[in-house]
Design a protein around this ligand. Structure first.
Ligand SMILES: *Cc1c(COP(=O)(O)O)cnc(C)c1O
Length: 370
């Protein structure tokens, strides 16, 4: 007789549902019995440019060191990030993706009896990390799909230890401006950690989005998390980081794995920071692709949520599951967001011009069928 290990798990772990990732290309290729090269995946906010050539060179050179443990302190990368943001290296925490940073926060400050505040339709990792720590999720209703920062500040109570805010947010693409962030931070008690998730901030340069780094000197309870997975095109390697007060970084360092970021990721991230041209190409391709999709949606009479990310949520005003299925049958993978409380929407990651066109052509066809 085998034991019921689910029943033996911590009560709050039993209640967790695993994160649902975008469908892998190879999986759909097997199901449809077609060549993976004929599939378009616009489902996981990945960079359609492919990796930077400079990054690839650096990674290949680092392969000779695979037998060695990585630099657990991430010295070179922290140094580079500290210079870029004019902070001390002691204020930087590296993560196995910025997802790791979010989990380190939960592990250090959340537990049964405590709560984390975040918005409805916010990034799925906030509830997962909160529930996995046994803490309560204070999910605040969204306003026009975006964060209602006033209501979020009001939802904070004496058991709140963390507030997660994303700017722009995934999967909605919604954002808040500097004035809204100013007003919010002024209201949050100084013993509550504010995690400002800026996974897509590089796409929002020259817009009205505030730069979280500019707030760090005034708010010792602020942590800004960023990633190399999106605009820098390194999702496979898993590397992200947080910048905060040194005191917060010290706590995170106590709970992280000693070698949480691998050597190839460290080398790649350093090379990526030096490749300004790649970042610029990412941004340009993204804004062109965003415009292409918006024009396509307009032609099809569809509405969407304006987005500052590398993705856009389109509203079919009816259950989008059948549309998603029909797109899959056309070899096009996008992201259903029913799990985010948005069953009538699909989230489309911005691809290359050709990928966007294939998606729009498939969608045009599908809307005539279903
Ligand atoms: C993609 C994403 C992340 C983290 O991605 P990593 O690959 O773990 O760095 C964090 N926050 C949001 C809102 C995201 O969409």
């Amino acid at each position: 007789m085998s034991s019921d290990f689910l029943a033996l798990a911590l009560p709050y772990v039993q209640g967790l549902s695993p994160y649902v990732p975008g469908k892998p290309i190879d999986e759909l290729a097997r199901e449809l019995a077609i060549d993976p090269a004929d599939i378009v995946k616009l489902a996981s906010n990945e960079n359609p440019l492919g990796p930077s050539a400079k990054v690839c060179t650096a990674v290949v050179e680092a392969l000779t060191e695979l037998t060695r443990y990585p630099d657990g302190s991430g010295f070179a990368l922290k140094q580079k990030l500290a210079e870029r943001y004019a902070v001390e290296p002691t204020q930087v925490t590296l993560g196995n993706g910025s997802n790791d940073v979010l989990e380190l926060v939960a592990r250090a400050w959340l537990a049964p009896g405590r709560n984390a505040v975040f918005s409805e339709h916010a990034f799925a990792v906030y509830p997962i990390a909160t529930l996995a720590a046994g803490a309560e999720c204070r999910q605040v209703p969204a306003k026009n799909y975006g964060h209602d920062l006033e209501a979020m500040a009001a939802a904070i109570d004496s058991n709140t230890r963390v507030v997660f805010i994303a700017n722009p947010n995934n999967p909605t693409g919604t954002w808040f401006n500097q004035a809204a962030l100013n007003a919010f931070l002024a209201k949050v008690p100084d013993n509550v950690l504010v995690v400002l998730d800026e996974a897509y901030i590089e796409y929002a340069a020259d817009s009205d989005l505030p730069d979280g780094m500019a707030y760090l000197s005034r708010y010792p309870n602020l942590l800004v998390s960023r990633t190399f997975s999106k605009a820098y095109g390194l999702a496979a390697l898993r590397v992200g980081y947080a910048v905060s007060s040194a005191a917060i970084a010290d706590v995170l360092n106590r709970v992280r794995q000693p070698f949480n970021v691998n050597s190839l990721a460290l080398v790649a991230a350093c090379a990526a920071l030096d490749d300004a041209e790649y970042l610029e190409r990412s941004r340009t391709l993204n804004s062109q692709g965003m415009q292409q999709l918006e024009e396509g949606f307009k032609r099809l009479g569809l509405s969407w949520i304006p987005s500052r990310g590398n993705f856009i949520a389109v509203d079919f005003q009816r259950d989008a599951a059948a549309i998603n299925q029909a797109l899959l049958a056309q070899g096009v993978i996008v992201r259903p967001v029913a799990g985010y409380g948005m069953p009538t929407f699909l989230r489309i990651s911005i691809g290359t011009a050709e990928e966007n066109q294939r998606f729009l052509d498939a969608l045009t066809l599908v809307l005539q069928q279903v």
